[in-house]
Design a binder for this molecule. Structure first.
Ligand code: ZN
Length: 163
């Protein structure tokens, strides 16, 4: 079953190392059943510490659902991080880069709700910590008091690609 990497792209100004504020940040995405191809109306949400048993002796995943149309079981599981490939990769831009990787069975993600996640980043030169960032409408602006620079995150985009 495919492993998919969630990639993001954003215009960072005065900041670097954008990533979710905590390792157990909630990932919010819309999902589609790969059996009947129906897209589920409500986005789903899960994190790496959620543990749900997958029916059929397939171990544990972070998210399991049964399709409301065809009853097919679908699951999602964060890829086990390694020293080279962390759970969440910090983003500094400007091109698309991997944020995290998941293994999907029976369902696939459609989009990613970046505005539903809490983020953090650091001042580009100062290292000033910005925590609890909300990307309302995909944008955030603040002010780095150490460097007297305006800071911003704009035009956040995302896509899923085969890992
Ligand atoms: Zn289905």
């Amino acid at each position: 079953m495919p492993k998919l990497a969630l990639q993001i792209r954003a215009q960072l100004s005065g900041v670097k190392e954008l990533r979710p504020s905590t390792d157990d940040a909630q990932l919010v995405t819309t999902v589609k059943c790969t059996s009947c191809q129906e897209e589920h109306a409500k986005p789903v949400s899960f994190n790496v510490t959620d543990e749900v048993e997958v029916q059929g002796g397939r171990g544990v995943a972070n998210f399991v659902m049964h399709c409301g149309f065809c009853k097919n079981q679908g699951s999602a599981k964060f890829d086990t991080p390694t020293s080279k490939v962390p759970l969440w990769q910090s983003y500094t831009g400007p091109d698309y880069a991997r944020l995290t990787t998941l293994e999907f069975r029976g369902l696939e993600p459609v989009g990613f709700q970046a505005d539903q996640m809490t983020w953090r980043c650091a001042g580009e030169e100062s290292g000033t910590k910005f925590d609890d960032i909300a990307l309302e409408d995909g944008e955030w602006t603040d002010y780095d008091e150490k460097t007297n620079n305006e800071t911003s995150i704009m035009e956040v985009e995302s896509k899923w690609v085969r890992a």
